[in-house]
Design a protein. Sequence first.
Length: 301
Amino acid sequence: MKFIEQFLNESSVLKPQPTLLKPLTRADPKIKCVVFDIYGTILISASGDIDETEITIENLKTALDASEIRISNSLVNEYSLLSGMLETFKKSIRDFHSIIQNENLPYPEIDILEIWENIINDYSNRKELIINGSLCIKCFTFVFEVLSNRIYPMPGLTELIDLLAKKAIPLGIISNAQFYTPVILNFFLHHKVVDQNRVSPFDPDLTVFSYEYKRSKPDAFLFEVLKNQCRQKYSIYADEILFVGNDMYRDIYPAYRAGFKTALFAGDAKSLRLREDKTELQTITPDFIITDLMQLLKIIT
């Protein structure tokens, strides 16, 4: 945890790139709950999203060194081993989707830690890698993923969440995510590293991470989970929930189908996904457009 904290403290500052879209806001007193996407919405992503990463041998070697996983001294060709690990990683993800994907599970989600555990343990069993404890693989995965897709809080994140929390508005999350996502979010919101899924002040009952359900957005199932939780816990109905996301197909489309109000976050050109090629979106427009997180306060009264 101390190493992860130091690693995050050294995060390079990222700034959003303006888009050409104009804000569309108005006060809506019906909204009683606000739910956020994470990557590209409240966290700046260097690649734009969690699954659009820069997978390189350099990052792989850095992550192995950081987590004290050593390459066996008997190996002559280090480059060959590292490139082989990356190819195995990519193939594992492709194989997972080809095997798991079906009509009832159209958007399966991997567990990134499980994939790396299988790969590294396999190389360890072949005496090609030397592991210094079971937590090494978790540390490795964290470092490798953050190196592959640098992240930083979107401007106004902390201020907005604090203000919404003071209004006693239930806050939720629906995000394509992995085990390290809440760790990162906790760090940027509260300046501490904790290995848990709870991120205050977001309601844990309204926190839906894709890897826990083995389903990723735009799967309608994730939105139905939160909708049912909202109704049971707060007697809040779908049209009283505002969902905020940067992707028209993965965020706005399934939120619209679930009956939520929708706000397209268009504050960063790297992450804005209009998906104009998707026929499903031809008749769908977001209820609101924001180019700055603090503009949500013009909507929520």
